[in-house]
Design a protein around this ligand. Structure first.
Ligand SMILES: Cc1ncc(CO)c(N)n1
Length: 217
């Protein structure tokens, strides 16, 4: 078992709970109420802010030009496609500018933000990779559940969020990140990376929990 697989196995309860979360079930079924999607996307747009910082830290701490360019390309694609998705969905859901830019943060959002900023500040490539890998791999895992569904029947704000996290480019990026994580942790003290990995998985689960239980603003 690779180190990445061992980390995932060590967090299997939280990982599986997140991948099979009722939020994901409802998203895949097209039954997710708009007020829940709205809450989730408003919080996730704040997640994206620190995620861009984390990708920037990956650019800065990667061992060489090849890896640096890989992160830089993903950063560019993220800044375009993902931001377009948010803008379109916020328009459809009638989210006002203030709530897009500076909403009240839910607790898992604050904690995830803190974890990503800490990881970026650590300037440790394995720790940066651990948090990036969880965010991308876990999202790839739940989105892959859509493969045996008729996604064409879904509203674009549901369908596009699933497809952003399950397409050939995205899947190749997750595979690459996983291999990079295995390499980087083989060459360094892996314990801080393993801890960051476990913390990130807990927060992914909490992030979905919050999306379903939080009160509508
Ligand atoms: C909370 C969360 N985790 C992971 C992703 C995918 O990077 C996302 N958009 N939001």
């Amino acid at each position: 078992m690779s180190f990445a697989e061992a980390c995932r196995a060590g967090s299997a309860r939280d990982w599986d709970a997140a991948v099979n979360h009722p939020f994901v079930d409802q998203l895949l079924d097209g039954t997710l109420p708009d007020d829940r999607l709205r809450h989730y996307l408003v919080q996730d747009y704040q997640f994206c802010d620190a995620f861009v910082i984390l990708l920037g830290a990956a650019v800065a701490t990667a061992p060489g030009l090849g890896e640096r360019l890989r992160f830089a390309r993903v950063l560019g694609a993220f800044a375009a496609d993902e931001d377009d998705y948010f803008t379109r969905s916020f328009d459809e859901l009638g989210v006002p500018p203030g709530e897009r830019a500076a909403p009240e943060l839910a607790r898992p959002t604050r904690e995830f933000d803190a974890l990503m900023r800490e990881a970026a500040g650590s300037r440790s490539y394995p720790v940066v990779l651990a948090v990036l890998l969880v965010a991308e791999w876990l999202y790839g895992d739940w989105a892959a559940r859509g493969r045996d569904r008729d996604l064409a029947a879904l509203a674009p704000r549901h369908r596009d969020w699933i497809r952003l996290h399950d397409n050939p480019d995205y899947n190749a990026w997750v595979d690459w990140l996983r291999a990079e994580f295995d390499n980087a942790t083989a060459a360094a003290d892996a314990e801080p990376a393993a801890q960051a990995f476990a913390r990130a998985v807990r927060l992914e689960r909490a992030f979905f929990d919050d999306a379903l239980i939080a009160r509508t603003a």
